[in-house]
Design a protein around this ligand. Structure first.
Ligand SMILES: O=P(O)(O)OC[C@H]1O[C@H](O[C@H]2O[C@H](CO)[C@@H](O)[C@H](O)[C@H]2O)[C@H](O)[C@@H](O)[C@@H]1O
Ligand SMILES: [Mg+2]
Length: 926
């Protein structure tokens, strides 16, 4: 309990949809709210938080498809009286049939809805408006690509892969007046509703926009100190978008994944797999329903993001991982969701439900009742259940006419899809077959109800059941299982205490409900035997099981508290290494680049422009890199420098000879060659090089002891490589070499550099930072006098107004440090000279895994993303390909895009037309 006047911790809780279905009348002044089916556990967590003394909650969520006026009872049938009792949280919601109506709302109308909602529900709802004609478009990628893959259904990927050329797919325009061209100079399609094959491609763009719309809404309400909690797979990109948005705040971002997370072998099939992981690792805490899912996630991160992980035990004794990805550490944890036990018991044990229980008992007198309640989709295992029940009646004839299976199957989102139609057919055939084999004119052993049922009927079934049978082939959690156990834990006059639960081992809840009867739904004989065993359990054995099972169900209250406690305890303090370096904000970079007149590029080579490979000689530039450098260098406003640890020979051969417009610096600043100049200058000319012999000897000694290692002898620097040695031995001998070199390095003032599977030695006074200093404090575009000392008296208007510095390694930190110093100096000397983003356009950016501490201000994941980012600047790549931030209008169009303006005009026209027609109606009525 917090003290009465203590300030509450603000929590921005982001759900994929507000818990209502929204309808407005023809004149758009009256709103009707209906409860949303599904997500019952999550929605009761929202209710709980709203009442909290400790937290102040702000809920951010999409409005869902807003429907137009029809008779609600007619449209939704029994649903009008239904509450949130439908199936599992992670399941796509059934979109409404007339949701495609065009909606043109004024800001006042939107405010009115927010007001109505908040007054009605006493919650702080912040709706995300995405009012496009086809409102279900926002669901497509999440529901047709992510959801199936996460449930091990790969077919939809075939559709996407066919229509998706991966990272080089053309994309909608992101900027006013510009329409970035796709590779090969083909202009990208305009931001419009696509048709045919394009439609599949557009799913991803809509998914990016959906996430962007949340980021924008959160931007409107965020206050420093807020914690942000994001829920589920519609919002996988949001953590990183927020990390970029609030780059300077140590904001705590948590993500809870309600669905199952697939094994790497499945996850890797997603064409956008890297963007998805990049999006997620912007969070400080990523939590799954169980340890298995978190293990799968960590495995994908390690393989696809090249990050490292450390396993530890949480204070609950569960496996927890600390993964170091792109600039910071984040925690991967598991915490199964719970249910609101007290409320459930209260709702289920009423006199009304007592009489319903009695009526069902009456209808199936002297029979055991097995119940099942699932959505009818391929992962819920209804077919497996029916097959097992058929086997049970075949194997145990003594149970025939003694048992009834009441199976309630609710329709799923894609009811018209061929897969669902096939499934319905299969289920019908099985039901008919069982009933004709084992039933008679008076009794059918399977009672199948293909419908949604009201909550009171659902609770009556849970109460009356002698056995609950759950044979799902994959789910994140199974709330029916949790609710059943909770209800069976309550002692009442109707003898429903302790009746058993058969639960599939493929349900996310099976690791939680360890004392349920766990089965493999694919083995119908084993399930049949389990049914027999469960129905034969004595009352005392069932009670014993129940006593163990019941405490295994968490309450939604403890789930909420524990999650927020873990999130709040995350260390985001930069000084103690807890800060996550944000991803580079590419739209801002692009805008600064476009505004700038004097642009300076400072590129490291290995690990930045080319990926790290086993053999240094094999790390040569790709044709794509050449094209990018060529295009960048062709712009007279651009000055490009490659500042590398490589020697002159390598840089000259692979870079200098191909493009004279590039400046080069070799061996970590020992040598430098100006743009358009054939001569190299040796900055270490006057240095005593006798140390090389002693350092070389020590390296040889270590090489002899380390099979696979070798020495790279450059003009000045010496590098001992151990990438091809056994890793542990290489690391051990690297440490030994450093010790051996200590005295000679002190004597000659040399620096020992711990590189990527290498140890390098060179004079301390030269480094990449010194080169950067010289290049920035210089009249842009003029020739360098490389032997002259740096002069800091250059006019700011002659120095660069855009500096992009990219590097992956420890030695590149010298460049970042120098740029940070320059920025501080400019801040002091020229506070007025900032650009429209209120900065000097300086971007020190680290590349790749930064489990290392970095002083860079942002990160890019790998050389692939570096090339995409540079491609963005020269118009070869669009923002959508890297899920970069794009601004949207309230209808989900890219702001200021052609389609946004068109839609605005259409809206205005529509309003005019409407008001004209209502005026004429009034006249007629007069
Ligand atoms: O400053 P850089 O341009 O990043 O150069 C640093 C060193 O890179 C090279 O070694 C590294 O890359 C190799 C190729 O991918 C890899 O095999 C090796 O393990 C890495 O350490 C280069 O060989 C060195 O001379 C550079 O100093
Ligand atoms: Mg490098």
């Amino acid at each position: 309990m917090t003290a009465p006047n203590a300030k509450k911790q603000r929590v921005i809780n982001c759900v994929s949809q507000l818990p209502y279905r929204i309808q407005l009348n023809e004149s758009k002044d009256t709103w009707r709210l209906l409860p949303q089916a599904g997500n019952s556990a999550l929605f009761s967590s929202l209710d709980y938080l709203q009442e909290s003394d400790e937290y102040e909650q702000l809920v951010v969520g999409w409005t869902g498809e807003i429907t137009r006026e029809t008779d609600l009872a007619e449209q939704f049938g029994a649903d009008v009286t239904m509450t949130n009792n439908d199936d599992d949280s992670e399941t796509p919601v059934v979109p409404d049939s007339n949701a495609d109506e065009a909606l043109y709302l004024t800001p006042e109308q939107m405010d009115k809805l927010t007001e109505v909602m908040n007054a009605q529900n006493k919650k702080n709802f912040n709706p995300v408006w995405l009012l496009r004609k086809n409102q279900s478009r926002w669901r497509q990628y999440a529901e047709k690509t992510i959801w199936p893959t996460f449930h091990y259904i790969l077919n939809p990927l075939l559709i996407e892969a066919d229509n998706n050329s991966g990272s080089s797919a053309p994309a909608p325009s992101a900027k006013k007046g510009s329409n970035p061209a796709a590779p090969g100079g083909v202009p990208a399609p305009k931001e419009s509703v696509p048709t045919g094959d394009e439609e599949k491609n557009s799913w991803w763009y809509d998914y990016v926009k959906f996430n962007e719309a949340y980021a924008m809404k959160i931007g409107e309400i965020y206050q420093p100190g807020d914690v942000i909690w994001i829920h589920d797979y519609y919002l996988l990109l949001l953590p990183q978008l927020l990390r970029m948005k609030f780059a300077n705040d140590n904001v705590k971002i948590g993500y809870f994944h309600h669905a199952p997370w697939p094994s790497y072998e499945y996850f890797r099939c997603l064409p956008r797999r890297k963007q998805i992981l990049d999006g997620l690792v912007g969070a400080n805490l990523i939590t799954f329903q169980n340890e298995q899912f978190s293990r799968h996630f960590v495995s994908s991160c390690k393989r696809l993001l090249d990050c490292t992980s450390k396993k530890k035990k949480s204070d609950k004794g569960a496996d927890q991982y600390q993964i170091s990805a792109y600039g910071g550490d984040l925690i991967v944890d598991s915490l199964p969701i719970g249910v609101n036990k007290n409320q459930l018991i209260k709702d289920a044990f009423t006199s009304d439900i007592d009489s319903k229980v009695q009526a069902i008992k009456q209808a199936y007198q002297n029979k055991k009742i097995i119940i099942g309640r699932d959505r009818l989709d391929s992962v819920r295992g209804v077919v497996q259940k029916l097959r097992a029940f058929e086997t049970f009646l075949t194997m145990f004839p003594e149970w025939r006419e003694q048992v009834v299976l009441i199976q309630v199957s609710s329709p799923t989102a894609n009811r018209d899809s061929p897969q669902t139609i096939r499934l319905e057919q299969q289920v019908n055939d099985l039901v008919n077959s069982i009933n004709s084999q084992f039933g008679n004119l008076n009794f059918a052993p399977v009672q199948h109800y293909y419908m949604r049922i009201p909550k009171d009927v659902y609770l009556s079934l849970l109460r009356v059941a002698d056995l609950c049978l759950i044979t799902t082939v994959r789910d994140g959690t199974n709330t029916t299982a949790l609710e059943y156990v909770t209800i069976k834990s309550h002692k009442s006059d109707y003898q429903c205490y302790g009746n058993p639960l058969i639960l599939s081992e493929f349900s996310g809840s099976s690791t939680l409900l360890k004392d349920a009867i766990i089965v493999n739904p694919w083995d119908s004989v084993a399930v049949a035997k389990s049914i027999n065993m469960a129905l034969n359990l004595t009352k005392s054995a069932a009670s014993e099981l129940q006593a163990k099972l019941s405490p295994e169900v968490p309450t939604v209250q403890s789930w909420t508290d524990k999650y927020l406690k873990t999130l709040s305890s995350q260390n985001t303090d930069q000084s103690s290494g807890g800060k996550i370096t944000p991803a580079l904000n590419r739209p801002v970079l692009l805008d600064t680049y476009n505004q700038a007149k004097r642009r300076l590029f400072l590129f490291d080579y290995d690990g930045t422009l080319t990926p790290i490979v086993q053999d240094p000689a094999a790390a040569i530039p790709t044709a794509k890199l050449y094209t990018i450098l060529e295009k960048l260098a062709a712009d007279p406003r651009n000055q490009i420098w490659i500042i590398s640890g490589r020697d002159q020979q390598f840089l000259g051969k692979w870079i200098g000879s191909k493009n004279k417009r590039l400046g080069l610096s070799a061996e970590h600043g020992c040598f430098i060659k100006d743009i358009d100049c054939p001569e190299w200058v040796n900055l270490t000319e006057k240095v005593d090089m006798s140390w090389q012999e002693r350092v070389g000897k020590a390296m040889e000694e270590i090489t002899n002891k380390t099979q696979g290692s070798f020495i790279e002898r450059k003009k000045v620097a010496l590098t001992w490589h151990y990438r091809r040695a056994v890793p542990e031995l290489g690391e051990f001998h690297a440490a030994e070499l450093k010790k051996m070199l200590k005295s000679v390095c002190d004597e000659y003032d040399l620096e020992i550099m711990d590189g990527k599977a290498n140890i390098e030695v060179r004079p301390r006074f030269v480094n990449k930072g010194e080169i950067v200093k010289r290049l920035v404090w210089h009249e842009h575009g003029t020739e360098q006098d490389l032997l002259k000392p740096v002069n800091e008296k250059v006019d700011i208007n002659k120095m660069p107004d855009f500096i992009l510095c990219l590097g992956d390694d420890f030695t590149d930190e010298d460049m970042f440090r120098e740029l940070n110093t320059i920025e501080d100096k400019w801040e002091e000397k020229y506070p007025e000279n900032k650009n429209s983003h209120k900065n000097f356009g300086i971007y020190p950016v680290t590349v790749g895994s930064a489990s290392k501490q970095t002083i860079a201000k942002a990160h890019l994941t790998d050389p692939g993303q570096v090339l995409d980012t540079l491609g963005l600047l020269i118009g070869n790549v669009s923002l959508f390909q890297s899920a970069g931030t794009v601004e949207l209008d309230s209808r989900g169009h890219v702001k200021n895009s052609e389609s946004s303006l068109k839609s605005q005009l259409a809206g205005e026209k529509y309003i005019l037309k409407k008001s004209a027609s209502s005026t004429s109606i009034k006249k007629v009525n007069k």
